[in-house]
Design a protein around this ligand. Structure first.
Ligand code: NAD
Ligand code: TYD
Length: 363
């Protein structure tokens, strides 16, 4: 069955979306509210540097929408929300998500990604156990392909049975949280679903990540810092395709299972940056420096930099009928256009705190 059919004859769900003010979480909330208008969406987000309430501005005031600023490590708050809102589905996005920040300061990654996920799982377990008919309850744990470690040039792409081999504090903390989600199904029967997705890109992406950083630096005429030799490979997926995949997993996924999600778009960083430069040259009317390629500089490599990620998405395709729908070229064009039109969104994010972070990483 195609995942598009899950919309028919369904009972409205009541979702707690953690990290819904971040990049993927916000895209998911927009996607979900447009598609399932009768569902209740309760957003729990601590609004760290990466969270931005403006990402959800258009939804504020809607009857089925509630935003709560709070921490997933706050068990009392999570208990209250699960009960008061009669939550049946957790979509768990909240995380510290940037590898370079995990190298500078890993503690927050352990706190949010491991302890925070544990707190949510424990709260959801008790909530789920106290229900009469919890068959439709789901805990979606959104994770990353980085837990599988780094691939050599000729190795096959990661499948759901690839061994875990995380290399950064970020991926190690996500691996820990994946193991907890898995254990809660096997030990207690909690209906957890785990997804491991490749690199996302699209609207609302915080400036520190490769694609928005390059777009913004091009618009400002600043250097485009490529780590190492630029030959590292990532498998890029447009964020709305990720949201469609999560929809398919929530509605059709089997509790206790893992689903890999990927774009089937393996590209070397340097090639990606060059493509972005060409698109920006073509689409931006006023650039301080043109052609943008002149701005590329190779900088000191990230410590422990994983060489290659690639996802084998056969399982989600065959079992749930999901496939990516946006080509890389089209997705990059949409993304460049979004950053061109939303200077009012990204300019305020280049704060003093962000500049201090930038100096530390790119010194
Ligand atoms: P992000 O950094 O843009 O957003 C994270 C959100 O979580 C922010 O809104 C932040 O305020 C919130 N948050 C952080 N700590 C919190 C806490 N303790 N309590 C409550 N809220 C907190 O991240 P993203 O790129 O949107 O990633 C979302 C999820 O998807 C993460 O779990 C990440 O590991 C995973 N993922 C990301 C990618 C990617 O390419 N970005 C790929 C695969 C998987
Ligand atoms: P990033 O967007 O940080 O995602 P991840 O590390 O989770 O894959 O980086 C994507 C790739 O781009 C990664 O190989 C590191 C590289 N990169 C650069 O070359 N320069 C940069 O300034 C950044 C932020 C990333």
């Amino acid at each position: 069955m195609s995942h598009r059919e899950y919309g028919k004859n369904r009972k409205p769900r009541r979702l707690l979306v953690t990290g819904g003010a971040g990049f993927i979480g916000a895209n998911f909330v927009h996607y979900w509210s447009a598609r399932y208008a009768s569902d209740r969406l309760v957003i729990l987000d601590a609004l760290t540097y990466a969270g931005n309430r403006n990402n959800l501005r258009e939804l504020e005031g809607r009857e089925n929408f509630r935003f709560v600023q709070g921490n997933i490590c706050d068990r009392h708050l999570v208990d209250i929300l699960l009960k008061e809102e009669a939550i049946d589905t957790i979509a768990h996005f909240a995380a510290e998500s940037h590898v370079d920040r995990s190298i500078l300061g890993p503690a927050a990654f352990i706190e949010t990604n491991v302890i925070g996920t544990f707190t949510l799982l424990e709260a959801f377990r008790q909530h789920w156990q106290s229900q009469q008919n919890p068959e439709e309850y789901r805990f979606l744990h959104v994770s990353t392909d980085e837990v599988y470690g780094s691939l050599g040039p000729d190795e096959p792409a990661f499948t759901e049975t690839s061994p875990y081999a995380p290399n950064s504090p970020y991926s190690a903390s996500k691996a820990g949280s994946d193991h907890l989600a898995r254990a809660y199904f096997h030990t207690y029967g909690v209906p957890t679903l785990i997804t491991n997705c490749s690199n996302n890109y699209g609207p609302y992406h915080f400036p520190e990540k490769l694609i928005p950083l390059m777009c913004i630096n091009m618009l400002l005429g600043k250097p485009l810092p490529v780590y190492g030799d630029g030959q590292n490979i990532r498998d890029w997926l447009y964020v709305t395709d990720h949201c469609r995949a999560l929809d398919a997993v929530i509605h059709g996924g089997k509790p206790g299972e893992t689903y890999n999600i990927g774009g089937n778009n393996q590209v070397k960083n340097i090639d990606l940056v060059r493509t972005l430069c060409k698109i920006m040259d073509e689409m931006a009317p006023n650039l301080p420096v043109r052609p943008c390629e002149q701005l590329i500089v190779f900088v000191k490599d990230r410590p422990g930099h994983d060489r290659r990620y690639a996802i084998d998405a056969t399982k989600i395709k065959t079992e749930l009928g999901w496939m990516p729908s946006v080509t890389l070229e089209e997705g990059l064009r949409r993304t460049v256009e979004w950053y061109l039109k939303h200077e009012d969104w990204w300019k305020p994010l280049l704060s003093e705190e962000y500049q201090a972070y930038y100096r530390k990483v790119y010194a």
